[in-house]
Design a protein around this ligand. Sequence first.
Ligand SMILES: C[S@@+](CC[C@H](N)C(=O)[O-])C[C@H]1O[C@@H](n2cnc3c(N)ncnc32)[C@H](O)[C@@H]1O
Length: 277
Amino acid sequence: MAATVKKSSSDGEWTVVLPSKGRHGRRRKPKPKVQEEEEEEKPWISDDLEIDPQRQARLNKKMEISMNKIETSEFYTSFLNQLKSPEVSEQFRLVLASETQLQMVMYGIGSIESYESPRLQLSIAILMKREFDWVGDIEVFDPVLSATESSVLESLGCTVLSVNEQARREALKPTLFFMPHCEANLYSNLLQANWRFDRLSRIALFGNSFQMYEEQVTLDPEVVRATKRIVAARGIASEFAIETVSDEFFAAFHDSSWHFFSAGVDSELPLLVSEGF
Ligand SMILES: C[S@@+](CC[C@H](N)C(=O)[O-])C[C@H]1O[C@@H](n2cnc3c(N)ncnc32)[C@H](O)[C@@H]1O
């Protein structure tokens, strides 16, 4: 039976729930999610089909507060400084190559209506688009999004996808994958779909630290399986950790990094395909 991850109703923090050992405490590090395969790309329809104008208005207000909280924070200043630093901006330049914009694809944002962390994560992505003209359109998918949340996302200029791609989008053009605190299988799917240097070099990935996954590798075969490709990608990845700066932003951004992948010849990539990873 698979481990599941649930929100604690009291504080909205992610908690890892393992079937045999009962509830675990507050999640502070990205624990590799061990999830049964459900990997088919398929059309997706929200369970919650009605747009509720009152909830919509409340959520618009919450998003306004969240964007303001980020924009006026030291955390955001540090986030922007990192993006503008020579090391990181050079990585984005390499991903862009001859293109002028990076499409942004956001997977696993979570419920922006119910929790602050997803709102802060969405806010920073939108602010990033406003700050940098090289950030292009934002596409969003998370199976938990309600019709009301989708309408607010659209009003903020995002496109909500109607297909669950299982994070298997091929980077046929330069793409910024914004995947805050996703489960390991989604990063793994993304890597698998792009396991060639010409595609990997078109990816900028914001997500759980790959270094952290490598450090947390255990002997549990399910965890090894879920993180194998992530750990293999470490060898060709440049990683830049996000500094959370203050406790206010810890829950939303802890253990997150920017990841970029170097160019090379495909024969140098670890051969994982035949092993079904
Ligand atoms: C651990 S939660 C993180 C939520 C939020 N980003 C946060 O930090 O609180 C992982 C999220 O991934 C979403 N997810 C699961 N499968 C997905 C898929 N195929 N595509 C996009 N998102 C997915 C889940 O619904 C969940 O909201």
